[in-house]
Design a protein around this ligand. Structure first.
Ligand SMILES: [Zn+2]
Length: 432
């Protein structure tokens, strides 16, 4: 194997599993201790990795822990989702710093929204300068709701934003900020980070369902995050669950999203309050008469019958949809997240109960139901991780660098994950 490929693979393993020991690298790379020692020395000489202390051990010589040098790359993440517009900066695996949020309205023009995104990025770059972090080493990841052409860096559509279509956001932000940008769908980023570092870590087959303003699905099949042709799969929210149900913004009726998104919850609650149904929601409303999903879940946990019915109904629809997915795909783990399913025991209980009652008995004990490791931060952590992946290389189960040939079709934008390193360390081109 070429030396540069070995270096890349070692860095990828350290990023995914670090801090870790030389022994771990030796096992994963099937190399003998002498070669590993040489490789580790080489990585240290080039400042690619750092020693960070010793592993705890019970007697004997303690194993030294090594990790990727955290100043190798700085990751700027932007989440532009139905939940809001957020940005933060992270080192390596995504502990978020300098979190920012700006509101946006659905009737804003495309140019106004692009300006908001680039000023968020500029805010993060200004913070790097202030902290003395080299902006030359920064990478940007942007995770968006809706459909994204990751290969070409184009946001094709955004739910309920009529003024937004076919935005070449990668190019626009790169031109303005002079930093490489990776564009991906919000759901894809969230799934990648859950699979790499979260509660689907190491799973061969996993599903990740997010419920909030929209309802999305991420899939890990055969150890690899799967996105469908051109990355357009996973539109779980637009599967039909009720004939002649409410009209969905996609144009169909009875989509899961029209019945179980937070918007659907609010629509039902407002209707009930307007019809003077006996509920505490009258008292909980804000001054302008509006409600949040937080009000509804609060009233429900306080025993409000009307609010409880809403939670039961929403949880039922979500549970039925998810049970269908489980029967279809037989994942080993299903992760539940999104704003509505994060820190929401009440709804999770209904969803889990419904799943258990609808999943084939044979599968009931096979699938583990977990909540997202990153909760409401999953989108932003996903954005940061998409940028990291661009440098540290393929997601587990993806093609190794050796398998990447010029003919490989890059439908899902994974063609050149190693370019970053090759560009920065041209001397690695030698073989050894
Ligand atoms: Zn729909």
């Amino acid at each position: 194997m070429a030396k540069k490929d070995r270096i890349r693979e070692a860095l990828n393993l350290l990023w995914r599993f670090g801090p870790t020991t030389r022994n771990f690298l030796a096992t994963r790379l099937s190399l003998n201790p002498a070669i590993i020692s040489n490789l580790v020395r080489l990585l240290q000489d080039r400042n690619l990795i750092v020693k960070i202390g010793n592993a705890t051990s019970t007697g004997g010589r303690k194993a030294e822990l090594i990790d990727v040098n955290p100043s190798l790359r700085t990751l700027i993440g932007v989440e532009f989702s139905t939940r809001g517009l957020f940005a933060a900066t992270a080192r390596l695996r995504g502990d978020l710093q300098n979190k920012q949020v700006v509101p946006f309205m659905r009737d804003e023009s495309q140019d106004e929204l692009i300006d908001k995104i680039s000023s968020l990025v500029e805010g993060q770059i200004a913070w790097l300068d202030k902290e003395g972090i080299n902006r030359e080493n920064a990478l940007i990841g942007i995770a968006l709701s809706g459909m994204v052409d990751q290969t070409n860096g184009v946001s094709l559509s955004f739910p309920r934003l009529e003024n937004w279509s076919n935005v070449s956001l990668k190019q626009i932000i790169e031109d303005r900020c002079k930093i490489p940008v990776t564009l991906g769908s919000h759901m894809h980023g969230a799934t990648v980070v859950e699979h790499l570092f979260g509660n689907a870590r190491g799973a061969r087959d996993a599903l990740f369902v997010q419920a909030g303003p929209g309802i999305g699905l991420g899939m890990v099949l055969n150890g690899r995050v799967y996105r469908g042709y051109r990355g357009l799969g996973g539109e779980f929210g637009h599967t039909q669950v009720l004939d002649n149900g409410p009209l969905c913004y996609c144009g169909s009726r009875g989509c899961l999203e029209s019945l179980a998104s937070d918007e659907a919850v609010l629509a039902r609650a407002h209707k009930g309050v307007k019809n003077a149904i006996n509920t505490d929601l009258h008292k909980l409303r804000r001054e302008d008469g509006s409600l949040t999903t937080g009000h509804i879940f609060k009233a429900a946990s306080d025993g409000d019958r009307f609010a409880l019915n809403i939670v039961e109904e929403v949880g039922y629809y979500l549970g039925v949809g998810i049970a269908n997915l489980i029967n279809l795909m037989a994942p080993e783990v299903i992760v539940l997240g999104g704003t509505m399913l994060s820190d929401n025991e009440l709804l999770l209980e209904v969803v889990t109960r419904t799943i258990k009652s609808k999943v084939l008995r044979r599968l009931q004990d096979e699938v583990e139901i977990k909540t997202s490791a990153f909760g409401k931060e999953a989108g932003l952590r996903g954005a940061v991780t998409l940028a990291g992946l661009e440098f540290f290389g393929p997601q587990p189960g993806e093609k190794k660098p050796d398998d990447l040939t010029d003919e490989s079709v890059d439908i899902d934008g994974t063609q050149s994950p190693w370019n970053g390193i090759a560009k920065d360390f041209p001397e690695m081109e030698e073989t050894g």
